[in-house]
Design a protein around this ligand. Structure first.
Ligand SMILES: [Cu+2]
Length: 420
């Protein structure tokens, strides 16, 4: 890859970004006013929305904060770094300062405890384009939780937002009170209320969590969602290998069990085998900036073109900051993407790699791929899976990956791996 090619790629990203920002600048003011009027009426009638917070109040705030269209390259909130987000796993032992957490043992079980809040905040989704988000611990996507199969995940949740929220986990949850829905347990939590959710981390896989207040589509698309990774326990895999494959138990040989155990270790952050794999979380999301029930911006991890190609200095170092920088990968390292679809309004989203085929594990619940040698997969909202890539035989350079709804790609969900 020559510097001319890098410059060309940077110019195209810049052009797409400019086009997106201009399109948003042209239309947000017009339709936002009308739509917000309607939203107020719908909101006050809906379960889970406090009467004092509906309609005009929220609308006025949106009015103040929209319409700041800065130059391309300008990101005003620098507290979210999409590159750092890729591999920030909150395990209880370590994670983000913004997520108080600890690990301890209780009744012989490992407990991973996290403190979560829901807050109203402003996030930047494209240069100069701000979005009034509702966010877990102030970020979209919410913090990634990582536990080992069989652990107890304890989330001390406090709602500091102006609307009523919950946390609903996509786990095999044995206690209906802990499901985080308006209809059960503590129901929705009003402003200032707290509740401690407890979930057993099961099954192994990559999972989703989100607010389940009504109207659901609003609470999700505003940003209340995130990823829970449940690492398989290699000892459990040895005892019950059939739980981790789609094959019939009679087809499972001793040699296969050994392979599954080895594979489980690469997925478990407490085993050294996991260090040999480069892991990242990508949440496909979207933003309806004018509240018309359709998305104007699509992204991998919130920022349009976050992993696009920006500028380099003469020595080949990226200079665009934490955004517009490809995901740099070592060609000799195995790559694992925990992919989650949080896209609202559109039925599906997708992940497509250029010049590359990959293995896919639907929901990440198996240790053998559910699809092999594919270059495109699709996911409906809340569907997720693990993608494993091998670039060892590829030449160094830029390899694109994006949603193969081409519309989504040009509206922000277009990214690159830089193989080095
Ligand atoms: Cu909510």
């Amino acid at each position: 890859m020559t510097s001319v090619e890098y410059d060309n790629a940077a110019a195209i990203t810049e052009r797409l970004e400019q086009r997106l920002v201009e399109a948003l600048g042209g239309e947000t003011n017009v339709s936002r006013r009308t739509v917000l009027g309607g939203l107020g009426v719908a909101g006050s009638a809906a379960v889970g929305i406090r009467a004092s917070q509906t309609g005009a109040g929220a609308g006025d705030d949106d009015e103040d904060d929209h319409g700041n269209f800065g130059a391309v390259d300008e990101y005003r909130n620098t507290n979210f770094d999409p590159h750092e987000f890729l591999s920030t796993f909150n395990t209880g032992k370590s994670g983000q300062d913004a997520v108080p957490q600890r690990v301890y043992t209780e009744n012989g079980r490992t407990v991973r405890e996290f403190e979560f809040t829901a807050v109203d905040t402003t996030i930047t989704i494209a240069p100069g384009i701000e979005f009034q988000a509702w966010a877990y611990n102030g970020q979209v996507p919410g913090p990634t939780i990582r536990a080992v199969e069989g652990d107890l995940v304890r989330v001390k949740f406090e709602n500091l937002g102006r609307h009523a929220h919950t946390i609903h986990p996509h786990l095999k949850n044995l206690n209906p009170k802990m499901d985080g829905i308006p209809q059960n347990g503590p129901g929705v939590l009003e402003t200032g209320e707290s509740f401690t959710y407890e979930w057993i981390a099961q099954p192994a896989g990559v999972h989703f969590y989100h607010c389940h207040s009504l109207p659901l589509k609003e609470h999700i698309h505003r940003g209340l969602y995130g990823t829970i990774i449940v690492d398989p326990d290699p000892e459990r895999v040895r005892e019950a290998p059939a739980d981790y494959v789609t094959d019939h138990p009679s087809q499972i040989t001793d040699a296969m069990v050994e392979d599954l155990v080895t594979e489980a270790k690469t997925r478990n952050h407490e085993y050294a085998e996991n260090n040999a794999v480069n892991e990242m979380v990508i949440v496909m999301n979207s933003f309806d900036t004018n509240f018309d029930g359709g998305n104007e911006v699509y992204a991998a991890n919130t920022r349009a073109f976050a992993y696009g190609v920006g500028e380099t200095d003469a020595e080949g170092n990226w200079t665009a900051g934490e955004t517009k920088r490809p995901i740099q990968i070592d060609k000799n390292e195995r790559q694992r993407v925990y992919l989650v679809n949080a896209t609202e309004f559109d039925i599906i989203n997708s992940f497509h790699t250029h010049s590359q085929f990959f293995d896919y594990y639907d929901h990440g619940t198996t240790l053998l791929p559910t699809r092999q040698t594919v270059d495109t997969i699709m996911q409906t909202q809340a569907q997720r899976g693990i993608i494993e890539l091998d670039y060892s035989d590829h030449d160094p350079g830029l390899y694109m990956f994006h949603a193969h709804q081409s519309e989504f790609a040009e509206l922000g969900w277009m990214s690159f791996f830089e193989v080095v």
